[in-house]
Design a protein around this ligand. Structure first.
Ligand code: HMG
Length: 385
């Protein structure tokens, strides 16, 4: 059977960052609630000329520079924060990256789960045409109402993955566990730029999905739990992974070290929730934090409210370790420009109506920018940066 999985991966985030200590102070809340209680230190905040397209293109560009674009025939763009009801956000990425006309582009939606749906679709396409590669981009901005319980769990980021046969990073194993239930824990109505959420229900639904997905995996011939060395989780906030690991260990009997959780949360603690990208940011965090994982079996738990979840397993490939990737992510996180709370609140309130022409101010120093809206159409450009 052809071995298929993630050949390479790259993370991008926003121009701005908000320290959660500053947010807690402005809200007269003990900062330990954010840093310890939910396990978050910072959240990435988009500049006015950034969005899911600019972050997605910024994440994908280095993959094309490293591997070329010849074998890519499909670009799958996964997002909860779509910018159009009809056009796939990936089409603007296709243009910004100069991809050829023979590359098909589609957008995937199911809350935070759709990055994993796109990965599975890519694997299916490659199993039919093993010489092809699929570019999967998961990109999101997590937005809740100001003053709501969800506010400290916002964030922004994108992960681009090149999916191929004979992958260099992580081979995805063929059997996975799926758990789907119709539940109103989190959703975003068409006319709302912020999510509606029942926090306590969403945590319960997530934890029931961890055990439900494990039960399905076990029933379909899961690997021996004793052979699973680390598990990475969708992380709306990093404490959620701690709760999930407790639930998974007690259901499956897997002995999962706490070190794995810490390694897999380094980036998420600083990005905030990145919805579709969150699980893959956590995977990048784990791979970058531990150079001794070659040959290890890892679990990957994907949860998307509403809800669909999937527990995958994969084998970390020899030679996966790349100190440069870790340095690039650290540099991108450190380079974000800090916001004061008042500036952050002003940016949060800026929601663009599509019926009015807008020229966005030049703020981002990333490689692509959301230039504005004219004639109700969005326009993007390369910055040369
Ligand atoms: P809350 O009501 O503000 O917080 O909402 P809390 O009172 O439940 O406290 C949170 C934790 O902080 C608790 O710890 C407290 O004890 C602790 P826990 O009992 O959970 O271990 N705490 C403190 N710790 C230290 N010092 C202190 C202190 N005070 C309290 N002084 C909630 C928290 C996460 C619910 C809220 O932020 C929220 O609604 N977030 C959005 C929803 C969410 O992230 N849900 C997660 C599961 S759903 C999911 O993952 C899908 C999603 O990503 C969307 C998608 O699929 O697209 C959201």
């Amino acid at each position: 059977m052809t071995r298929i999985g993630i050949h390479d991966l790259e993370l991008a985030t926003s121009h701005h960052v908000l320290d959660l200590g500053k947010l807690a102070e402005a809200q007269d809340i003990d900062p330990a609630k954010y840093r310890v209680g939910i396990g978050q230190d910072e959240m990435s905040i988009l500049a006015p000329d950034e969005d899911i397209v600019t972050m997605g293109a910024a994440a994908a560009q280095p993959l094309l520079e490293r591997h070329g674009q010849q074998e890519i025939r499909t670009l799958l763009f996964a997002t909860e924060s779509g910018v159009d009801q009809s056009k796939a956000a990936g089409l603007w990425v296709h243009q910004l990256l100069g991809l050829p006309a023979h590359v098909r582009v589609v957008e995937f939606k199911q809350a935070c789960y759709s990055g994993t749906a796109a990965l599975q679709a890519a694997i299916g396409m490659i199993s039919r045409s093993p010489a092809e590669r699929v570019l999967v981009i998961a990109s999101d901005e997590a937005r809740y109402e100001l003053g709501s319980a969800g506010e400290p769990t916002q964030g922004a980021g994108a992960v681009a993955m090149l999916v191929s046969a004979d992958p260099a990073l992580v081979e995805i194993e063929p059997v996975s566990g799926v758990h789907t239930v119709d539940v109103d824990d989190f959703w975003r109505p068409n006319d709302s730029s912020t999510a509606v959420v029942d926090g306590a229900l969403s945590i319960r639904a997530y934890l029931e999905s961890v055990t439900g997905a494990w039960d399905d995996l076990a029933g379909r011939g899961s690997p021996d739990p004793a052979t699973i060395e680390r598990v990475v989780y969708h992380q709306p906030f990093t404490k959620m992974a701690v709760k999930a690991q407790r639930a998974l260990s007690s259901r499956s009997g897997a002995q999962l070290p706490a070190r794995g959780l810490q390694d897999a949360s380094v980036y998420n603690r600083r990005l905030g929730n990145t919805y579709t990208a969150s699980l893959y940011a956590s995977l990048a965090s784990l791979l970058d934090a531990d150079p001794e994982l070659a040959g290890s079996r890892i679990g990957m738990f994907s949860y998307g409210s509403g809800s669909v979840s999937e527990l995958l397993t994969g084998i970390v490939q020899p030679g996966y370790w790349d100190a440069d990737r870790a340095a690039r992510v650290r540099k991108a996180l450190d380079a974000r420009v800090p916001l004061e709370v008042e500036e952050y609140r002003r940016l949060h309130a800026r929601v663009l109506p599509s019926a009015v022409d807008v020229d966005n101010p030049r703020v981002t120093d990333g490689p692509f920018r959301f230039a504005g809206i004219s004639g109700r159409a969005r326009h993007y450009e390369a910055t040369g940066g």
